[in-house]
Write a new protein. Structure first.
Length: 287
C-alpha cells in the first residue's frame, strides 16, 4: 500500500536524497500511524513476556513452598501414624501381657485346686482302704481272740478241774497221814499217792515255768513292737515335718507369685494411665 500507481507509473511515498529521506505529503503521518500499532504490539508482547517471567517466578516460588508444605504435612502424617502404631503396639503388648498374666494366674489357681483335690482324693482312698482293713482286722482279731479265749477257757477249766481233783486227793492224803482212822491202808498205797502228788506238783511247777517264759517272751515281743511303732512314729513325725516345710515353701512361692501378679497389675494400670495421658496429649497436639 506504500506504493501508488499514478499516471501509469508506480510512485513511492518517499524519495531518497543524498543525505536524507524525503517523504511525500501524508506519508509521514501514515508511517507514524503504522508505527503506533506495531509499537503497541511490541510493548504488549514485552509486557506479556515480563509478566510471564514474573508470574513464572512466583509460580516456582509457590511450587517450592507447596512442595515443602506437602513434605511437612506428609512428615507430620507419617509421624502421627508412627506414634499411633507405637501406641497401638504398646496397648496390644500390655493387653497380651495382661492376658498372659491372667492365664498364668488362672493356671496357678487351677493347679493349686487340682493339687488340693488330688491330695484329698489320694488321702480319701487310703483312708477308706485303711478303715476297711481296720474293720476286717478287728473282725479277724475278734474271732481269733474269741477262739483263743475259748481255748484258754477250756484249758484253764480242765486245769482247774484237774487241780481241784488233785487238791482233793492231796487233802485226803494229808488227812489219811495225819489221822489214825485208816489202819487198813498200806504204806505202799500211801507211797504211790505221794508219788502221784509229787509228780503233779512237778508238772504244775513246769507249767508255771513255761507260763513265766511265755510271759517274758510276750513282754520282749511287746517291747520290740513298741520300739518298732516308736521308730515308725518318729519316721512319720519326720515326714510330717518335711511335708510341713515343703508346704510352707509352696505357700511362700504362691505368695511371692501373687505379689508378682499384683505388681504386674499395678504396672499395667500405670501403663494404661500413661497411654491415656499420651492419647490426651496427642489429641491436644492434633487440635
Amino acid at each position: 500500500n506504500s506504493e501508488r500507481f499514478v499516471k501509469g507509473q508506480y510512485t513511492t511515498p518517499y524519495v531518497c536524497g543524498k543525505n536524507k529521506v524525503f517523504f511525500r505529503s501524508g506519508a509521514l503521518t501514515k508511517l507514524e500511524l503504522d508505527r503506533l500499532p506495531i509499537r503497541s504490539d511490541h510493548m504488549s508482547n514485552l509486557s506479556n513476556s515480563v509478566k510471564t517471567v514474573v508470574h513464572r517466578r512466583k509460580f516456582l516460588v509457590m511450587k517450592r513452598a507447596v512442595i515443602k508444605l506437602q513434605a511437612v504435612y506428609r512428615f507430620h502424617v507419617a509421624q502421627r501414624d508412627y506414634k499411633e502404631k507405637v501406641k497401638a503396639s504398646a496397648i496390644v503388648y500390655c493387653w497380651m501381657k495382661r492376658l498372659l498374666m491372667r492365664t498364668k494366674r488362672r493356671k496357678l489357681r487351677e493347679n493349686k485346686a487340682s493339687i488340693k483335690i488330688q491330695s484329698t482324693w489320694r488321702g480319701f482312698n487310703p483312708q477308706k482302704k485303711f478303715r476297711q482293713q481296720k474293720k476286717a482286722a478287728a473282725m479277724v482279731q475278734r474271732r481269733l481272740k474269741k477262739r483263743r479265749d475259748r481255748q484258754h477257757f477250756h484249758c484253764a477249766f480242765a486245769e482247774v478241774v484237774e487241780a481241784a481233783r488233785k487238791q482233793k486227793q492231796m487233802k485226803s492224803l494229808l488227812h489219811k497221814l495225819s489221822s489214825r482212822e485208816y489202819p487198813n491202808t498200806s504204806k505202799d498205797e500211801l507211797l504211790v499217792e505221794c508219788q502221784l502228788m509229787i509228780s503233779y506238783l512237778g508238772e504244775q511247777l513246769h507249767l508255771q515255768r513255761a507260763k513265766t517264759s511265755d510271759v517274758q517272751t510276750g513282754m520282749a515281743n511287746t517291747k520290740r513292737t513298741v520300739e518298732s511303732l516308736q521308730s515308725h512314729n518318729d519316721a512319720l513325725e519326720a515326714e510330717k515335718k518335711a511335708s510341713k516345710i515343703t508346704s510352707s515353701q509352696q505357700t511362700k512361692k504362691i505368695l511371692a507369685l501373687e505379689e508378682h501378679i499384683k505388681g504386674q497389675e499395678v504396672s499395667l494400670l500405670d501403663l494404661k494411665k500413661s497411654n491415656n495421658h499420651l492419647q490426651q496429649k496427642q489429641t491436644m497436639a492434633d487440635e
